[in-house]
Design a protein around this ligand. Sequence first.
Ligand SMILES: [Zn+2]
Length: 248
Amino acid sequence: MRRNRGPDRGRWVGRERHSGVGMGSERISRRGVLIGGAGVVVGAGTAGYAGRDEIRRWWWRASGRERPRTDGAVDHAGAEWAAASSANWRRASRPDDYAVDRVVIHVVQGSYGDALRVFRDPLHEAAAHYVVRKDGHVAQTVRELDVAFHSGNRAFNERSIGIEHEGYVDRPAGFTDAMYAASARLAADICARYGIPVDRTHLVAHSEVPGTDHTDPGPHWNWNRYLRLVKLAKEAREAKEAKEAAAS
Ligand SMILES: [Zn+2]
């Protein structure tokens, strides 16, 4: 369990906990994690309060240029809206206030339902923008214009969109074709929206975020395959747009 180190540095999905000693997560009692995961209150230290104060000031300054939001609206066509607790993200107005140039790939270390449950928990201190299920179903839990606390690095959270995938880092069979395909369509959409190049500099593993002690999505995540699928999905999207533009 990680200690609270300010609003962007909290624990991650209850069961997505990695000790930083390789793929050790299976050796940690899953039962213990389940019980302790979502419900444990971690006392906010000085950093926590300072962080909150900063957010309040920022709010006051930015309130005039907030973009309209509609309850239940999603950024990715076909995604199901499943709101995370507002304690697990910060209101923003991206890409006006922060440029978005990274997509961070995560694995839950649990089920789709586990991820949605802990994201709804205001004490969890973390949430990603999206959760992709094994069958390819996608939930959006935080709007893309807002900063989700998903990477354990404040600056990185501000510049990125986080995608969670149901499953475990050491169970590659759980990374299904449907999951790769749906996640690739989602990542392609994101890359198209913000002009993000589809490469390994801009699509990164949570484990590659500076300062993180997480190891997801782990060595079984097939990056070559994933990038290929994202590129294909982006091309398909662009071809469709060109066709629509020509028809209108
Ligand atoms: Zn992660």
